[in-house]
Design a binder for this molecule. Structure first.
Ligand code: S3P
Length: 180
């Protein structure tokens, strides 16, 4: 029907590990009364294994194939709030799917802040696979150098998270959505 109401725009959070995509996404979804979905959790449920085990046993390329399939599925759900894995922007097909899905918000943080957050999360056994052999800060610098152009390409809005609580970051995301 040509007169049907357009599907509500989704909201998608992209950014490096440790920028708070899932925590902020949950708050934004609750405030909007919309469903929240975490692409990494959806991937693990679909494949039936942890991300760490997929990386270790099958390699990163296999993980990226699963990620692309999951994102194609999740971005077909109108109006959801979606948190993506940090590398979701690497593939052109993913970036195109995220742009079609809705407002793309890039959560940013200073590399030192990210390193501190990631080290805190890794105080026990790490569940996050290493992406390079460069150590936490070296890896952040290396990976950000490669990914920054992709984050910039896909994002409608950039939100700095340094020194902000997840609630404050969620507020900034909601204001950006209001302005659209
Ligand atoms: C990855 C980030 C992870 C997860 C996987 C790969 C990356 O998601 O998708 O370990 O390449 O940056 P988070 O950003 O949620 O940690």
């Amino acid at each position: 029907m040509s007169s049907s109401t357009p599907a509500p725009r989704g909201v998608v959070l992209v950014g490096y590990r440790g920028t708070g995509k899932s925590t902020v996404g949950r708050i934004v979804a609750a405030r909007l009364g919309r469903p929240f979905v975490d692409a990494d959790n959806a991937l693990e449920a679909r494949v039936g294994r942890s991300i760490r085990s997929i990386f270790e046993e099958d390699g990163e390329a296999a993980f990226r194939d699963h990620e692309e399939a999951v994102l194609a599925d999740l971005t077909s759900r109108p109006g959801h709030v979606l948190a993506t894995g940090g590398g979701a922007v690497l593939r052109e097909a993913n970036r195109a799917a995220l742009k079609r899905f809705g407002l793309v918000v890039w959560l940013k943080a200073d590399p030192d802040v990210l390193a501190g957050r990631l080290r805190q999360n890794q105080s026990g056994v790490s569940t996050r696979p290493a992406l390079t052999a460069a150590g936490t800060l070296g890896e952040i610098a290396e990976v950000l150098r490669v990914r920054t152009p992709f984050y910039r390409d896909v994002a409608d809005v950039e939100v700095a998270t340094d020194g902000s609580t997840p609630e404050q970051v969620a507020e900034a995301v909601l204001s950006a959505l209001d302005r659209q």
